[in-house]
Design a binder for this molecule. Structure first.
Ligand SMILES: O=C[C@H](O)[C@H](O)[C@H](O)COP(=O)(O)O
Length: 262
């Protein structure tokens, strides 16, 4: 099975596998969206089915809700949960301060609400997501469909006024039609290259009428678990400033991966 897996998939899998160590019996858990988070949901499902782990999951997208139910996790709404013990999610980029760009899959709005309502946010990622400064990955901005072209122009003007280098803004498409988020909105992707002052940009953007939320997750993430293609995992904890290295037993992870992929 391992021979068929790309190093990047192995990296995502081992990061996901390590992240579920943070989940304890009885917890309310925010379930992220994306290919890396999907491994985490499958790992949690295994623990629910095989080890009797009792958790309640709050999904961050319809995709994740479906997967969570499929693997046996009890799904509740954020309003039922009110507050979460931990959220585990992927990211498109993270920097040395564990600030993130998210929303490559279009789920940034629910992801940000859920992560903000959690005692702890853990991000799982492969090494390709680490950057010195955010912005190489296009920054997603969720906007209301009404007047979206006007909103896009205003966002472009804002970028010029803030002297942000790249100012190319594109409406995200799904084939011939605009991509629609779970909340019925559009996404405008900002191709910036480098974001000098993410806090300033995020605040200014969110003040604009028509903008619902942006994909900058600033001062929200507590821990990043990085996976490598050879089974190594590295844990970076913002509060303790620690870096811990470990390696997952590949025989064990291969079996688990095979089981979950069957
Ligand atoms: O909207 C999608 C989310 O923010 C994802 O967590 C992010 O795009 C990372 O996804 P993946 O794990 O597939 O790279």
């Amino acid at each position: 099975m391992t021979g068929e897996l790309s190093p990047i998939d192995k990296a995502k899998f081992v990061a996901a596998k390590r992240s579920v160590d943070y989940v304890e019996d009885g917890m309310r858990v925010g379930l992220g969206t994306g290919s890396t988070a999907a491994w985490m949901v499958r790992c949690l499902g295994e623990m629910v089915r095989n080890d009797g782990l009792r958790i309640k999951g709050v999904p961050t997208s319809t995709r994740t809700a479906e997967l969570a139910r499929d693997v046996g996790i009890e799904v509740i709404s954020l309003d039922e949960a009110k507050w979460l013990d931990v959220t585990i999610d992927g990211a498109d980029e993270f920097d040395g301060n564990l600030n993130l760009i998210k929303g490559g899959g279009g789920a940034l709005l629910q992801e940000k609400i859920v992560a903000t309502a959690s005692d702890q946010m853990i991000v799982i990622a492969d090494i390709g997501k680490e950057v010195e400064s955010l912005g190489a990955f296009p920054l997603p901005v969720e906007v209301i469909p009404f007047g979206w072209q006007t909103t896009k122009s205003l966002v472009e003007e804002l970028l010029i006024s803030m002297d942000v280098l790249g100012r190319d803004a594109t409406l995200r498409m799904n084939g011939e039609r605009p991509f629609i988020t779970d909340e019925g909105n559009y996404i405008i992707d900002l191709h910036l290259g480098r974001i000098g002052n993410p806090h300033q940009l995020s605040m200014a953007m969110n003040q604009m009428p028509g903008v619902v939320e942006n994909g900058l997750f600033l001062d929200i993430c507590d821990v990043v678990i990085l996976g490598f293609g050879d089974g190594r995992v590295e844990t970076r904890d913002i509060n303790e400033g620690t870096v811990e290295e470990d390696r997952l037993d590949f025989v064990e992870t291969d079996n688990l991966f095979t089981d979950m992929n069957d």
